[in-house]
Design a protein around this ligand. Sequence first.
Ligand code: ASP
Ligand code: MG
Length: 404
Amino acid sequence: MSETIVQKFGGTSLGSVERIDAVAEIIKKASKKNKIAVVVSAMSGETNRLIDLANSFGNNPDKREFDALVSTGETISSALLSMALHSKGIKARSFSASQIAIRTTSSYSKAKILDVDAKKILDVLENDTIPIITGFQGITEGGDITTLGRGGSDTTAVAIAAQINANRCDIYTDVDGIFTTDPDIVSNAKKLDSITMEEMLELAGQGAKVVQTRAVEFANKYHVPVRVLSSFNDGSGTLISLKDESMENALVSGIASQKDQVKFTLHSVGDIPGTAFKILGPISEAEVEVDVIVQNVSIDGKTDFTFTVSNEDQEIVKKILSNIKDEINYKELIINPDIAKVSLVGAGMRSQSGVASKAFKALSENDVNIQIICTSEIKITMVIKEEEVEKAINVLHEEFELDK
Ligand code: ASP
Ligand code: MG
């Protein structure tokens, strides 16, 4: 029985005319058996080039025009890929976000998809034609062009797969799939054949960069199975499955890390209701994402409050905290940018104990000091010194025998 599959191709997969030709071959082959809808990124380097261009007249370009400009890379890819398919005798048509009505919120450069004209896509498929849709782009209620944030084409692909009820979304990239950890850090990192959606969500949220986090959230919410695979090499990639079909969950499936982090500690704040909200409320209002949040037990009614944010938000957080200094009445603000997060993720942690102590032991034997520990059901996050990240990951990868 024929399935409907959304195939998404990233920038490196479409990086040259030769690459576009190779991608057209992949689509051609897949379209013999299944109905295929395609979502494309800009050719590699193109979005960066457009962003640089946007800063030609001062580095604070109008937000609407910025998105109008940087969204054009995807338009180029979609038309070119469509032409490549025509040259192989395959019926294809390029579509921009406005043509397919990918409606988004109006927050430029980080717009969120609200709706897609599924009927339009289904009509094209019905005509045995392959729609080649621009990723990353959206359109507001008023018809202005938006973009979804860097890496946003993944989200477009999953959103379209959800809306047309596709059987799967295949995300083609330049690596063979999802690995136990970054192969640039651990040379014997292993490609995973499958991983559960919840594990992928945690890994993506903690720094694994292969698929945009928002795309995984979408896939989880709308129950779209996703496969991540290479457009350069043959292979079945990694299936991100909705249900874990294997009998036993892996204790640790993968290790992710994030370097560009800053740790803020408000020393000696009052242990009274409302303190956490007074600190984090204005920070979340400024759309800053806060991760690892810890508050210690109090001594004499005073406690320490610590959290991490990404480096790029350091200045704005500093400003917010100095604005609320009188209200919160902290004694000292300690800012440490020399930190990183390392996270172990595995669905098996839910039912088996001892993962944390095993990790702590391995790190201590290798003189890695853990500054903060923060856990969820299937994740352990440790904040350590930035320069020790590679070492820590190698130690943990070995300890949990992830290469086996
Ligand atoms: N072209 C956009 C970017 O470089 C979107 C994407 O590739 O997913 O971020
Ligand atoms: Mg990408």
